[in-house]
Design a binder for this molecule. Structure first.
Ligand code: AMP
Length: 280
């Protein structure tokens, strides 16, 4: 497995593979890999000849008071996980390699980034779209793998690929969870033992919503109330948002029908966690 921080080396390698007729996959990450990332790598490994993992904590997608400096990093550990997963190349650039001193080109869109996480993280999705665009140009893969854990991000990337005619297939992969149901996340390492125990409430509140929907509930307001009531039983939980939206447009809906995203963001102590259910 090769590890490089060079855009040129990475692009040349991917071009060489493609010229040899090999299929190439990209798994974009911010590192501190866990079984959620590993599931994306495993799927990419199964479906392609070559797998590239990018590891880059992208400053552009963090707001001024967010956790950019605290975000966990461990390249040696990540490299071992990638090696075990059969990854061919890790692209691990320095910030200066990605954003030169005169950098001023951004990728953005209307509507989809405005609600949910975009409402409390105004610059986040512009940063995500910009870095993913750059990664798609540096690593012109056939397929790119994203987790449904970041459902709004997945919807935005799918929209961006359609609207801007990227020649890449986006594959969405299911959420991997801890045994008690908490969605795996690099940010779970911020939780104290007590917070970790209470964080399970996110998944439980979504289970309660799904139970109601399976029993015939279609009123989005009632579904949101069930989630809010469940979250409010947890003393350490502070709700950022509870939303029922169309999965395609990320706009709130009144009735649960068609492709639906039920998404929540909750502070457990000072750590902001997200979770969701997608109904297709
Ligand atoms: P991150 O390193 O947090 O930017 O995540 C990189 C990719 O891994 C994104 O496409 C995430 O949606 C995906 N991912 C993160 N956590 C999980 C999880 N628990 N299950 C599945 N995919 C995940």
């Amino acid at each position: 497995m090769r590890i490089t921080g060079s855009i040129k080396e990475t692009r040349d390698q991917v071009k060489e593979w493609k010229a040899a007729g090999l299929s190439v996959a990209l798994v974009p990450t911010m590192g501190y890999l866990h079984e959620g990332h590993r599931s994306l790598i495993d799927r990419a490994r199964k479906e392609n000849d070559k797998v590239v993992v990018s590891i880059f904590v992208n400053p552009m997608q963090f707001g001024p008071n967010e956790d950019l400096d605290a975000y966990p990093r461990d390249l040696d550990r990540d490299a071992k996980i990638c090696e075990d997963g059969g990854v061919d190349l890790i692209f691990h650039p320095e910030v200066e390699e990605m954003y030169g001193p005169d950098f001023c080109g951004y990728v953005d869109m209307h509507t989809l980034p405005e609600k949910l996480c975009g409402a409390s993280r105004p610059v986040h999705f512009r940063g995500v779209q910009t870095v993913v665009t750059k990664l798609f140009h540096i690593i012109p893969a056939h397929k790119a793998y994203f987790g449904q854990k970041d459902a709004q991000q997945l919807a935005i990337i799918r929209r961006m690929v359609i609207d801007l005619d990227f020649d890449i297939e986006i594959i969405g992969c299911p959420i991997i969870r801890e045994d008690d149901g908490l969605a795996k996340s690099s940010r779970n390492t911020y939780l104290s033992a007590e917070e970790r125990a209470q964080a399970v409430i996110l998944n439980q509140s979504l289970d309660a919503a799904m139970d109601a929907i399976e029993a015939g509930e279609t009123d989005a307001t009632k579904v949101k109330q069930i989630i809010t009531d469940t979250l409010n039983t947890c003393p350490l939980a502070k709700i950022d948002y509870v939303e029922v939206t169309s999965f395609d447009t990320i706009q709130p809906i009144e009735k649960v029908e068609g492709a639906v995203l039920i998404a929540i963001a909750v502070y457990i102590g000072t750590t902001r966690l997200i979770d969701n259910r997608i109904i297709l």
